[in-house]
Design a protein around this ligand. Structure first.
Ligand SMILES: *Cc1c(COP(=O)(O)O)cnc(C)c1O
Length: 388
């Protein structure tokens, strides 16, 4: 007979592997199984055996993931969804009602801005775009429009701008608003916004948490019980839950998150350092470079700088030629997998924000630096830049 290890003082890597992952009590399976059943037997009406009744309301495989997510972010409640945007939608609909306003950073993920401006906007939710790295601008916007909620993404997509989470949280709370941080780029392995004062963390688990580009998912993590109940109600009532196989794959990916993020950061730094000063490169955005404007804040609030590097070239033509000339870096949307990807944001991931305040210049290329041999990655970028 083995006993469950006490995790109350465990380190991050231990939690990533053990939280929510107790062996199956009926079979002894070390890895908790994938529970595909959509429904659960009742011993008499309402007599539930493990609290489960119907798959939309809850599923043991999803619970295992939700426990893992809450634990790693330092939250009390984790909620898993069918995609990052489904998670964001449930959160926003739990908090906002028609007439409410939210503040969003000017460098947010394009899909988030599309959700806010075109889906929620049609239901009377208003938004204002602000540079969240400029706290004076944030203060002015908070005073003027009294938003319910501020939406921050740090490091941001695609420019890797860094927002001071603790300072922003203090400012936002002084104006009776909630701070949401999209922690997709940093992940809890590097940065835990709830411990820095944020009220809610959201994730596209499609990216680093899943980590293998084989599952789409999203998450909301928070501490407050009442607030969590409100989001859980929308999760249940609107139904954009993650399926059992998706939840299981995400859980498996998360177990190696810490070691992956460490190597992503090492490889990204090597790539960034090689690109700085290259004749074909105008500018390199990577928070791990000392000259990056957010470097000092990132070094203070996170334990690493992540795996995304954004490169500026002479113009849109050069950026497109570069993105199309890599061989090992695969031209594809998304990020955060073990394989390196290259993306032209203006025409791919951020095409939906063309003509909005979040429009992205044509001259940048975003690299998701993977876990291949770093020499191979650098050599590939060098040959692609030679073709520009
Ligand atoms: C991809 C992404 C999202 C959206 O998540 P999906 O899983 O694609 O719905 C949200 N925020 C950030 C920062 C992302 O990179």
């Amino acid at each position: 007979m083995t006993h469950a290890h006490d995790l109350s003082a465990a380190g991050f890597e231990t939690l990533a592997i053990r939280a929510g992952q107790d062996p199956d009590p009926t079979t002894g399976a070390v890895i908790p199984p994938v529970h595909l059943s959509s429904t659960f037997v009742q011993d008499g009406i309402g007599g539930l055996r493990g609290g489960y009744e119907y798959g939309r309301a809850g599923n043991p495989t999803r619970t295992a993931l939700e426990t893992q997510l809450a634990t790693l972010e330092g939250g009390a409640h984790g909620l898993s969804f069918a995609s990052g945007l489904a998670a964001e939608d449930a959160l926003l609909r739990a908090v906002l009602k028609p007439g409410d306003e939210l503040l969003i950073g000017d460098d947010a993920y394009g899909g988030t801005y599309r959700l806010v401006s075109r889906v929620l906007g049609a239901w009377g939710v208003r938004h204002r775009v602000v540079d969240l790295t400029n706290l004076d601008a944030v203060r002015a916007a908070l005073q003027e429009s009294r938003p319910r909620l501020v939406w921050a993404e740090t490091p941001s997509n695609p420019f890797l701008r860094v927002t001071d989470i603790a300072a922003l949280a203090e400012l936002v709370h002084a104006h009776d608003a909630l701070l949401v941080v999209d922690n997709t780029f940093a992940t809890p392995a590097l940065q835990r916004p709830l411990l820095l004062g944020a009220d809610v963390v959201v994730h596209s688990t499609t990216k680093y948490l899943g980590g293998h580009s084989d599952v789409v998912g999203g998450a909301v993590v928070l501490r407050d019980d009442t607030f969590a109940e409100q989001v859980r109600f929308v999760q249940f009532a609107a139904g954009a839950v993650s399926g059992p196989l998706d939840a299981w794959l995400t859980t498996r990916g998360i177990k190696t998150l810490a070691v992956r993020m460490q190597r992503h950061g090492e490889n990204a730094l090597a790539v960034a350092q090689r690109l700085v000063g290259h004749a074909a490169v105008t500018r390199v955005h990577y928070p791990g470079l000392p000259e990056h404007p957010g470097h000092a804040i990132a070094a203070r609030q996170s334990s690493g700088f992540g795996g995304i590097v954004t490169v500026e070239l002479a113009d849109g033509g050069a950026a497109r030629r570069f993105a199309e000339a890599t061989r090992l870096f695969t031209l594809a949307e998304s990020l955060g997998g073990v394989e390196s990807l290259v993306n032209h944001p203006a025409s791919m991931t951020h095409a939906s924000v063309r003509g909005t305040p979040l429009e992205v210049t044509e001259s940048i290329v975003r690299l998701s630096v993977g876990l291949e041999s770093v020499g191979d990655l650098v050599a590939d970028l060098e040959q692609a830049l030679a073709a520009v």
